[in-house]
Design a protein around this ligand. Structure first.
Ligand code: ATP
Length: 309
């Protein structure tokens, strides 16, 4: 019997708060971040067959289809874990991108998380959440959060997660840039700015952000959005300054560069406001396109499962 193809939907993330600490001995920076999963999603389908990976949707041209794809690394890691040949795993992976590529929203990490989740079912491995999260952490700092979703505090490289209570639904407008930014370049620029003491710490402590999330008031949260990588992203892409200003002028409560950028995320008062901000921002000529999104949403789950948040 050929097992049914399995499709998993997985969310993008925005960092509500991202404090970048010192570089560790392993070359990673120590992070304290608050992630929120947003309703911009990729869909990953796995089926038994000739090994291979295909990618569709927006930005698919710039995504590797071979061993460089993070989803394929997930196939190999899980194959090794369960005693299959990682060079001949007998699985095909199809990715449909809805998350901007190289946009600071962890699209590649999301695909890796979705692949782990889907293969766990296809291969009937019955690995628990903790074991999947452990494998996810080996694949990349943002992969465990894509599995978990919701809102969470991340420490270490961002992979050590504690869920954060956020009952309110937040309404976002997401401004996508014409070209991506590579995450390592942005960290290098931050290090350079800090050496010349121009890169100061933009993000303060995490506790006020957690309190604002508990209060559920988007205006409180808006005052606290912060990202230490923002100065570096803006330094590499000065036009982002104009995008951030335009979002606030269009009526958003606040804007922040998402992760390593160049995507900008604007927090809005409510759903109607988000639609108005999106319309105005798309006419302002400061970005390639805009999307409306809500958060928090679930982490990786089978397509077709109802949202309960
Ligand atoms: P992050 O915020 O996790 O650092 P990002 O959201 O800025 O990453 P991604 O969309 O994950 O960026 O892509 C980063 C790079 O990874 C791209 O240049 C792309 O070539 C490569 N990549 C590998 N696998 C994937 C994938 N499945 N989807 C998108 N990009 C991928």
């Amino acid at each position: 019997m050929v097992p049914t193809p399995i499709t998993v939907r997985v969310p993008a993330k925005v960092n509500l708060h991202l404090a970048v600490g010192d570089t560790r001995a392993d070359g990673y920076h120590e992070l304290a971040t608050v992630f929120q999963a947003l309703s911009l999603t990729d869909e990953v389908t796995v089926r038994s067959g000739e090994p291979g990976i295909d990618v569709h949707g927006e930005g698919a041209d710039s995504v590797p289809t071979g061993s460089g794809n993070l989803a394929w690394k997930a196939v190999r890691v899980l194959a090794e874990r369960c005693g299959r040949d990682p060079d001949a795993p007998g699985v095909q992976v199809s990715i449909h991108k809805g998350i901007p590529v190289a946009g600071g929203m962890a699209g590649g990490s999301a695909d890796a998380a979705a692949t782990l989740f889907a293969l766990n079912a296809l291969w009937r491995l019955e690995l628990g959440r903790d074991e999947l999260a452990d494998l996810a952490g080996r694949l990349g700092s943002d992969v465990p959060f894509a599995l978990q979703g919701g809102t969470a505090l991340g420490t270490g490289r961002g992979e050590r997660l504690v869920p954060v209570l956020a009952r309110h639904t937040y309404h976002w407008v997401i401004a996508l840039d014409r070209h991506g930014l590579e995450t390592p370049d942005v960290y290098r620029e931050l290090d350079r700015l800090r050496q010349s003491s121009a890169g100061g710490n933009g993000a303060d402590g995490v506790e006020p952000v957690l309190e604002a999330l508990a209060s559920g008031d988007p205006r409180e949260l808006a005052l606290l959005l912060g990202n230490d990588l923002q100065a570096a992203a803006v330094s590499l892409r000065p036009g982002l300054r104009r995008t951030l200003r335009a979002g606030v002028e269009a009526g958003a409560l606040a804007g922040v560069v998402s992760g390593s950028g160049p995507t900008c995320a604007f927090l809005c008062e409510d759903a109607d406001s988000a639609v108005r901000v999106a319309a105005e921002l798309s006419g302002a000529g400061v970005c390639r396109t805009v999307r409306v999104a809500q958060g928090p949403v679930h982490g990786a789950r089978f397509a077709g499962e109802d949202r309960t948040d």
